[in-house]
Write a protein that binds this ligand. Structure first.
Ligand SMILES: Nc1ncnc2c1ncn2[C@@H]1O[C@H](COP(=O)(O)OP(=O)(O)OP(=O)(O)O)[C@@H](O)[C@H]1O
Length: 309
């Protein structure tokens, strides 16, 4: 049987009285990009910090390639790279000095350090700035330096906690590209509260809410929750709600004010839209506007949390 890359077993943690995370379990068998999605305060950083050995859990176990992080921390940590929410950079060092310092901390043999630093600067597109003080780098390049320290020792898996937080749109795209590139050689776990981020990058997703895992599965399965299930309509000739609810596929309808309605539907959206448009024409409701409402992250959390309880 093949050894899992990471195994998290019934992890629970409380900082004081309340549980920040409760009974979180998962196992990674294959390489890829795995997304940990949750709203602010859901418990993502707590899980990431425990998995990297930065925080000691109240209960449960973490195994890295079969090594228990508590009992064999050196063997386990050798295989982990970590970029915490705030990149652990040293503002007064140049990029090259900082990465050399990180290489020493990671116990890379002395003779191999210059080439390890050179390679990681090339991979993270930092070579050009190697003599620049980190405090003088832009946000995106500071983040690259943080990413470089996470992979300098060639770990088998890397954890990025909110890696695009605070970056501008261009920097976000660049950092995402770099993460994809890193994931070609190793397993990546990405923690984020941004739905588009997991959609853009991840093959597998875990969703946590209030410290509990409410979804775990491939992105395709999660996609079904992203499908919109309601429409906004504007009808100048205000039909009574019973005419709208009588349309095949419509579950319920509400008059939201003025000429506006919201319609929830349960079947294929194209068919429902086509039936509504047809009814509007046949009954002279004067359809002025029809659009699908995006399913928000809040709705998905609510739906999945309901399923779990
Ligand atoms: N050091 C701490 N002491 C006490 N409570 C804490 C501490 N760190 C986190 N918490 C609490 O634990 C819960 C989970 O926090 P955590 O930081 O893991 O969430 P998160 O999903 O990473 O959120 P964010 O994206 O805002 O960092 C929250 O209720 C938070 O207030």
């Amino acid at each position: 049987m093949s050894e899992s890359i990471v195994k998290v077993e019934q992890l629970s943690h409380r900082y004081s009285v309340q549980w920040a995370i409760k009974d979180i379990s998962f196992e990674l068998m294959e390489k890829g990009i795995y997304g940990l999605l949750g709203a602010n305060g859901a418990g993502k950083s707590t899980i990431m910090n425990i998995m990297c050995g930065v925080l000691k859990q109240t209960k449960g176990n973490v195994y890295i390639r079969g090594y228990n992080l508590d009992t064999h921390p050196v063997e386990a940590k050798k295989r982990i790279g970590f970029l915490p929410q705030v990149p652990p950079v040293q503002p007064e060092l140049t990029v090259e000095e900082y990465l050399t310092y990180c290489a020493h901390l990671r116990m890379i043999p002395k003779a191999e350090i210059p080439s390890a630093v050179k390679n990681v600067m090339e991979q993270c597109n930092l070579s050009h700035y190697r003599r620049r003080l980190i405090k003088n780098l832009s946000g995106g390049y500071k983040q690259r330096a943080g990413i470089a320290q996470a992979i300098i020792h060639k770990p088998e898996f890397v954890i990025f906690d909110e890696p695009t937080n605070g970056l501008d749109p261009n920097q976000i795209l660049e950092v995402r590209k770099l993460i994809k590139n890193i994931a070609e050689e190793r397993t990546v776990i990405l923690s984020t509260h941004i739905l588009q981020e997991v959609q853009a990058l991840c093959e597998h997703i875990w969703m946590i809410n209030e410290g509990q895992m409410i979804f775990s599965g491939p992105m395709e399965d999660f996609d079904t929750y992203l499908q919109p299930s309601s429409l906004s309509l504007s009808l100048a000739q205000l039909p009574s709600l019973q005419y709208l609810t009588a349309i095949d596929g419509v579950v319920d309808a509400t008059h939201t004010g003025g000429i506006d309605y919201t319609v929830n539907y349960a079947s294929d959206s194209r068919e429902v839209i086509s039936r509504i448009v047809k009814s509007a024409v046949e009954n002279n409701w004067e359809l002025l506007h029809i659009s699908q409402n995006k399913n928000s992250l809040d709705n998905i959390f609510a739906e999945l949390s309901k399923k779990k309880s």
